[in-house]
Design a protein around this ligand. Sequence first.
Ligand code: 5GP
Ligand code: ZN
Length: 113
Amino acid sequence: MNDCLFCKIIKGEIPSKKIYEDETVYVFEDINPTAPIHYLVIPKEHISRLDEVNESNSAVISHIYEVIAKLSKEMDIKDGFRVVSNCGETAGQSVFHIHFHMLAGRDFGWPAG
Ligand code: 5GP
Ligand code: ZN
């Protein structure tokens, strides 16, 4: 995806503060954090949005949750954390490369805004 911001971040064409990387997943700090810890967890494969997940690409989504669990233990955030994936403009998605916000370090209200 030539024009995708997050594909460019994965390729290093746009700088980012990397937290973690493996063969299929990239994790970096959100440029505009909404919590003391605000990471973006993304697959290296370009998937636009959550409703494009299917049986041929869902393995990476499963792996993303393994990475999130591992990072949460390393960060020692015993009080809890929140994971959010906005799907579509109405839900607040602004970058159309699927991503999971990993948020921690403050109280979170419910229901979500
Ligand atoms: P969305 O609104 O699609 O759920 O989340 C997109 C997120 O990407 C936003 O939280 C926004 O701050 C973040 N973001 C947008 N552009 C950049 C960028 O160039 N670098 C980084 N690190 N984050 C970005
Ligand atoms: Zn992309």
